[in-house]
Design a protein around this ligand. Structure first.
Ligand SMILES: Nc1ncnc2c1ncn2[C@@H]1O[C@H](COP(=O)(O)OP(=O)(O)OP(=O)(O)O)[C@@H](O)[C@H]1O
Length: 706
């Protein structure tokens, strides 16, 4: 993992009024009349909350895939789904018409070269670790002031103290003359930059469970003050229950094979009625537009209602959030939870953690929706916002605490949250929460004083991917008799996403991107790139090409991240350039395309990224640029993912996959499989030699998550 996690919220100075270059352009260029079209429905959606829109399936996007020999019978769902052989199960691998771009290595405009140069220099260890010199540097001079009120103190200030001690003054970042200059650069703010393999520094000794915030509290008043207070969530019922339509393939979910392993699994339910939920919950489910359970809900809800620990793996966009929220809420209602009152120390019954701020906020909104009209109060806290605001939300009452790990540990360290009453601990994107980045923090969480032991609490883990080695780590958190639910192939891509892999050399990528985006028109598209800097660069470039674009990545202020997401959601900016910070969990209506401008370094990440489209039975399209200079290691797992999802596999990709094939390869520091079954069953037979995110740091992932 790269400089993920804590960095953005710890030492990023507040910068409220900045308008990124590309947005300025958009607003001031007056070019909106031509290719800068805005989606007409968008502004009203923004003003009035998301509207229920017809999900029109564009003709070119019909996947046209046959589900082949999937058995639709309920009875067969408990059979082992081990149908993943070597390459090309049930597929032929002809090259079916994908364009095969040739490299145009010579295509490097001055613009691009300058970027490349900048990129190179940042990649060098010293500049990376030294606080992001180079062209960054707009953030000098930010608030070193201290706060009087404990509630006013921002997390960055507290956490950036002694324990993150390598803060440096503003480095060289004068630069800024370039049009592509990153607004997110961080002269002083990014001192103490956590380099690629640096661990998050945490406390030690007897207070090691406490947050690093404590170090800062003890006197270091250096650092920026995060003052951002996110807007309150909508109060009106229509907005709370706003949802998008399920797609034409929703019913096909029923044909996906499901495997439950572990002892004494309760039987699946087929309808919401069978779950026997209370009337208020049923009303909320109806208002949310849910009429039918998805497979992961059919199996997980009874398991959770039975009090069992669960590790559940189901494809992206298939309703995992409701699969844990509904039974937890049902239990809380059954147990007669009383409205939590204003108290200085709150003791939530449920803690939900997720790796990114936007995702945890989304989960919170779902919790709020399903708990509507009950006395259960959900609260969300995440980094990049004013710590005092988080505390104020909590002290008003908190039954379900949705949190990113960094903010959670800070709040626990401040003794605003007690853990004694925790009955449910949910790790969403659990493989991510347990890997090298967040794993240590999660371990700290479960060993915090007061946290009930795993025997005393119910622990639930959900993800679309679950590498073997992470499953093994999960045992530390789960009771030994936990159940494992696998919907379809663990780690497999959603079949409603039509996947296309194009061979594109790095110097041809921009041109190809523009060509594709021009063909796409106004349809909502997420463009994934590998680094924060590149996200800024590509977003700027697209705006110069008069394609209305915004960006989200870990160097942007939280306010800007939320604004970007809002602009994308409502269609104001139909193109969102993103780093891996947006790869997981985000459920955005009507995302019709995902473009991997850069392929990620792991196949799991690929599966999550393309899962931003094709959600909830809707169809979507993913186009990935495969650069043989850098992506060959992905050829093999890509072939596997494509063939398992019954997608066309380009012949050239197959060739690369075979030429790089390592027989019997079953592991390395990078992990070994992308798709496995319940590891308790012993060595799985489904290995490919793919790479999973697993434990290994991603060598180029410089994203901030938490
Ligand atoms: N039973 C259902 N009926 C209709 N819509 C549903 C149902 N369950 C979930 N949804 C909707 O499907 C969408 C995707 O759900 P959700 O975000 O929970 O997926 P997920 O499996 O967690 O995806 P990811 O792996 O990307 O995190 C959401 O908009 C959600 O409201």
């Amino acid at each position: 993992m790269g400089d993920e996690d804590w960095e953005a919220e710890i030492i990023k100075p507040h910068m409220s009024s900045y308008v990124p270059v590309f947005e300025k352009e958009r607003y001031s260029s007056g070019a909106n009349g031509d290719t800068f079209n805005r989606t007409p429905a968008s502004s009203s959606e923004m003003d009035d909350g998301p509207s229920r829109r017809d999900h029109f399936m564009r003709s070119g996007f019909a996947s046209g895939k046959s589900l082949g020999n999937r058995d639709a019978g309920e009875s067969s769902k408990r059979e082992n789904t081990s149908t993943m052989g070597g390459f090309g199960v049930g597929k032929s691998f002809g090259n079916r018409g994908f364009s095969n771009n040739k490299f145009e290595e010579g295509d490097s405009s001055g613009f691009w070269r300058r970027y490349q140069d900048g990129n190179d220099s940042e990649a060098s260890g010293s500049s990376r670790r030294g606080g992001r010199g180079g062209f960054r540097g707009r953030r000098g001079g930010f608030g070193l002031g201290s706060s009087n009120s404990e509630y006013e103190q921002d997390e960055g200030m507290q956490r950036a103290g002694g324990l993150f001690g390598s803060r440096r003054p503003t480095l060289s970042g004068a630069g800024n003359g370039d049009t592509y200059q990153s607004r997110s650069g961080s002269g002083s703010g990014r001192g103490g930059y956590k380099g690629l393999n640096e661990e998050v520094i945490t406390g030690s000794g007897k207070n090691s469970w406490k947050s690093e915030a404590e170090g800062g509290e003890s006197g270091d008043t250096q650092g920026p003050k995060v003052t951002y207070i996110p807007p309150p969530p909508p109060e009106d019922e229509d907005s709370i229950f706003a949802h998008y339509q399920t797609g034409i393939n929703f019913d096909k979910y029923d044909t996906i094979l499901v495997e439950v392993s572990g002892h004494d699994a309760p039987p699946a339910i087929l309808t919401f009625e069978e779950a026997n939920l209370c009337q208020t919950l049923n009303n909320n489910i109806a208002k949310a537009g849910y009429t039918k359970l998805t497979p992961v809900q059919k199996y997980s809800i009874p398991i959770i209602l039975a009090g069992r620990d669960l590790m559940a793996c189901a494809q992206t966009g298939s309703g995992k959030t409701a699969a844990f929220l509904l039974p937890i809420l049902a239990h809380m209602m059954r147990d007669g939870i009383t409205a939590s009152r204003f108290k200085d120390l709150q003791e939530p019954e449920c803690i939900i953690v997720a790796p990114t701020r936007e995702l945890i906020n989304q989960i919170y909104l779902e919790a709020r929706k399903f708990s509507f009209g009950t006395c259960v109060r959900a609260v969300v806290i995440y980094g990049g916002t004013q710590l005092g605001h988080s505390i104020r939300q909590i002290v008003q009452g908190c039954n379900i605490l949705c949190a990113t790990p960094g903010r959670l540990m800070d709040i626990i360290g401040k003794e605003k949250i007690g853990l004694r009453q925790v009955k449910y601990l949910v790790l969403d994107e659990a493989d991510r929460m347990l890997d090298m980045g967040f794993g240590p923090e999660m371990r700290k969480l479960i060993s915090c004083p007061g946290m009930p032991s795993k025997e005393q609490r119910q622990t639930l883990m959900f993800s679309a991917t679950f590498p073997e080695e992470i499953q093994k780590l999960a045992g530390e958190f789960l009771k030994s008799d936990y159940l494992f639910v696998a919907v379809g192939q663990v780690g497999g891509a959603c079949r409603d996403v039509q996947q296309t892999i194009l061979q594109v050399g790095q110097y041809s990528k921009r041109e190809k991107l523009v060509e594709i985006l021009r063909n796409i028109g106004d349809e909502r598209t997420m463009v994934f790139v590998e680094t924060k800097k590149k996200a800024d660069f590509i977003a700027t470039f697209l705006c110069q090409e008069k394609i209305s674009t915004t960006s989200i990545h870990g160097d942007r202020e939280q306010r800007e991240r939320e604004q970007a997401l809002g602009d994308f959601r409502c269609g104001k900016c139909p193109v969102l350039v993103a780093t891996s910070v947006a790869a997981r969990g985000l459920d955005i209506e009507n995302v019709q395309h995902v473009i991997n401008f850069d392929l990620p370094s792991t196949i799991d990440e690929y599966v999550h990224r393309i899962g931003r489209t094709g959600r909830c039975g809707n169809t979507g399209r993913a186009i990935s640029f495969f650069d043989p200079e850098s992506d060959n290691h992905l050829a093999q797992p890509l072939v596997k993912v494509l063939s398992d999802a019954q997608q066309d596999v380009p012949a050239w990709l197959e060739e690369i996959a075979f030429s790089t094939y390592v027989p019997g390869f079953s592991g390395s520091a990078r992990g070994n499989v992308f798709a496995s079954v319940d590891t308790r069953k012993g060595k799985n037979t489904l290995n490919t030699a793919g790479f999973s995110s697993s434990q290994a740091p991603n060598p180029v992932d410089d994203e901030s998550w938490d």
